[in-house]
Write a protein that binds this ligand. Structure first.
Ligand SMILES: NC(=O)c1ccc[n+]([C@@H]2O[C@H](COP(=O)([O-])OP(=O)(O)OC[C@H]3O[C@@H](n4cnc5c(N)ncnc54)[C@H](O)[C@@H]3O)[C@@H](O)[C@H]2O)c1
Length: 328
């Protein structure tokens, strides 16, 4: 691995443009190639970021990348990721890991066998309000955790799975709540498919290992135009933290005190106010770990855990009972 890391991006869709942007603009990486299926579209994407387009995986790999990132449609992650893991090249993949636990296990086993660096992009962890809320929690400013709530909802991202919302969008919620509050030990779920036939809105009751409880409301029947499309509340015995729209603001309050402290990005601080740049921050951490020979800051196993929690939610709904999730 030289001073400049060679990175290749698999995918040419909307979010894959963020992958191309980041690795083409960093001073310490070179975007050596972009892989797509359509030659013209792939070339256009690659040229916009000063790189080369490929429609053949072996040709892309001939550029000898130090890291490959994978950004394909939600339900098309398994096979390309497996093929890449079999080459032993370090990988950073998009969420969700996959839609089936046996596929997740297969991918993790492949990575383990070769001791491959295998990261997943749970970039919400790197949003400034989340970083600050975690620091307040870890410093004991909120006291002992008592309850957490997560609400995330907007327009539908139609998928093939009837549980697209739960698996591909609310995975960020499972990851975020465990990142902030620790392991979830059980789930009890209600869901509706009244709008278009898929389970588009779900309500989940949670229990945590630290004896706190929580709720998640995840919806594809709402709008990202609404304020607080995403809202996370962390309530402790001494105070609470409320994260608004991931990057928009953080409110910290002390119980009994009518004056709150609010973080908002300052006038020139576009970096912290911009959702896309949570991914840039995560990439900083990924590359630092990769160069140091350390494990990824957010290992692909976190994607398997989010999927296992989603599966428990489905089981809870189907069996009309609470399902234990400790260590699943
Ligand atoms: N981490 C985040 O904050 C975040 C944000 C948005 C999207 N995402 C994730 O990024 C991924 C891509 O999302 P998107 O919105 O860009 O999707 P998209 O549908 O816009 O793009 C997918 C692209 O992949 C192409 N494609 C399909 N099959 C392919 C194959 N086998 N080989 C190569 N290309 C193929 C499609 O033609 C399309 O251009 C999803 O997993 C999504 O969940 C993550």
């Amino acid at each position: 691995m030289g001073d400049t890391l060679k990175v290749a991006v698999v995918g040419t869709g909307g979010w894959a443009e963020q992958h191309a942007r980041i690795f083409s603009r960093r001073a310490d990486t070179e975007l050596v190639g972009v892989l797509g299926r359509d030659e013209g579209r792939t070339r256009a994407r690659a040229e916009r970021y000063g790189s080369r387009g490929f429609t053949d995986l072996d040709a892309l790999l001939a550029t000898d990348p130090d890291l490959v990132t994978v950004c394909l449609p939600n339900e098309r992650h398994f096979e390309p990721t497996l093929a890449l893991l079999q080459t032993g090249i370090p990988l950073l993949v998009e969420k969700p890991l996959v839609f089936e636990l046996d596929e997740a296990d297969r991918l993790l086993a492949e990575a383990e066998e070769r001791d491959t660096f295998f990261a997943i992009n749970f970039n919400h962890r790197y949003a400034e309000p989340v970083v600050r809320a975690k620091a307040a929690l870890d410093a004991g400013e909120l006291g002992a955790p008592v309850f957490a709530t997560w609400r995330f909802g907007g327009e539908a991202n139609l998928g093939e799975s009837p549980h697209a919302n739960l698996i591909e969008t609310q995975c960020h919620g499972f990851d975020m709540l465990e990142h902030l509050f620790g392991p979830i030990t059980s789930v009890a779920a209600s869901m509706t498919k009244k709008t278009y036939g898929a389970w588009s809105t779900i309500a989940i009751a949670l229990e945590f290992a630290n004896d706190a409880v929580g709720t998640m409301l995840g919806s594809y029947d709402s709008s990202y135009a609404y304020e607080d499309s995403q809202r996370v509340e962390l309530n402790g015995t001494l105070g609470r933290a409320v994260i608004h729209d991931t990057v928009r603001s953080l409110t910290l309050e002390t119980a009994g005190d009518e004056v709150a402290r609010v973080w908002r990005a300052g006038y020139f601080n576009d970096e912290a106010r911009t959702f896309e740049y949570t991914f840039d921050r995560h990439v900083d951490a990924v590359l630092t770990a990769l160069r140091a020979g350390d494990p990824p800051p957010v290992p692909a196993r976190a994607g398997r855990r989010a999927l296992a929690l989603a599966m428990a939610v489905i089981e809870s709904h189907e069996t009309v009972r609470r399902v234990e999730t400790f260590g699943v």
